[in-house]
Design a protein. Structure first.
Length: 325
């Protein structure tokens, strides 16, 4: 039995759906709140949904074989750093130690936001020395980085660890069941209504001399690829460490807008709008995951191209009355 924290969220609900389809027993820990987030789980075959406040007691009576810890405050614009730290670091630490004591495997979500501006590259070296060089640009990225460093310190000190532990630095994930995220949805989800109606897709203009308007680069990874990596890791109990999870190929926002228009069956149109001054100082112009470590660990499956991923997302979800997985 697998417990997914944040299992009603974006990546978590996609993972829960596929696990159920493959015959795995799944429980979810999350808050559904008063919006349509529950729809992310409406089709999933679940053993239980646990409120975060009840998690500790639930774990003592229903011990899982593995915890996939995806629950977090994931907004890059979050300003309550105390709350971000409590949720993203303290809860993660609690689960790490619980898994270590109870011999339960532990896979957790880190983030590409730990790399900050990317001036030191995107190498997923999990050593204490390498991690110390990274400079996240926001509270979310800092909290994820803090926990990565805590794990590195515990492992280096020989402290008791879960029988398998893996941190995944997710890059720009897109796909179904992200609709509850509002302004934190992927650009694909946000701009699809524009493209589908034949209107220009609006993108931020560039304020960096090395990148033209629309030339800002991201490593866009389809959520199905993230699910496949997690499932593969659960089949490889001897693999431990911190790994990037992207495609390894940066693509421009102009490429994304073009792929979205093609998928929607319209002529590509782009309109550039000013980037808000509030985000300009911390804006990332380039992200690209180095995937050498995951490949060296044995993961050989090809990652979905931007064109194929956007096409599948539009055809199977965004263009349908029921957008949910």
């Amino acid at each position: 039995m697998i417990l997914i924290t944040g299992g009603a969220g974006f990546i978590g609900s996609n993972l829960a759906a596929v696990m159920g389809q493959r015959g795995l027993q799944v429980a979810v820990c999350d808050r559904l709140r008063e919006n349509d987030k529950w729809r992310n789980l409406a089709k999933a075959d679940l053993l239980d949904i646990v409120e975060p406040e009840s998690l500790t007691g639930w774990l003592e009576t229903r011990q899982p074989d593995a915890i996939v810890h995806l629950g977090a405050i994931s907004s890059t614009t979050a300003t309550d750093a105390d709350l971000v730290f409590d949720v993203n670091v303290n809860l993660s630490t609690l689960l790490w130690h619980w898994c270590a004591r109870n011999v339960v495997r532990f896979i957790y979500a880190s983030s590409a936001a730990t790399y900050g501006a990317g001036d030191r590259g995107f190498d997923d070296d999990g050593s204490m020395g390498a991690l110390a060089k990274l400079k996240p640009l926001n509270a979310y990225g800092w909290s994820k980085h803090f926990f990565d460093r805590r794990v590195a310190r515990l492992v280096a000190a020989g402290e008791k660890a879960p029988p398998q532990w893996v941190g995944l630095k997710f890059f720009n994930v897109y796909g179904p069941n992200e609709y509850h995220k509002g302004p934190m949805q992927s650009v694909v989800a946000q701009k699809y209504p524009l493209a589908a109606s034949g209107r220009p897709v609006t993108l931020f203009s560039s304020h960096h001399p090395d990148y033209p308007d629309g030339g800002q680069l991201r490593d866009f990874v389809y959520v199905d690829d993230c699910v496949e990596v997690i499932l593969w890791l659960l089949e490889q109990p001897k693999i431990n460490g911190l790994f990037n999870l992207g495609t390894g190929k940066a693509r421009s926002f102009a490429d994304l807008a073009h792929a979205l228009a093609v998928a929607a069956g319209v002529t590509p149109k782009i309109e550039f709008i000013p980037m808000p001054e509030t985000i300009r100082p911390n804006y990332q112009y380039f992200t690209e995951a180095r995937m050498d470590r995951l490949r060296a660990a044995g993961y050989s499956r090809a990652f979905t191209s931007l064109e194929v991923g956007v096409g599948q997302y539009v055809e199977n979800y965004l263009s349908r009355p029921d957008r949910y997985r």
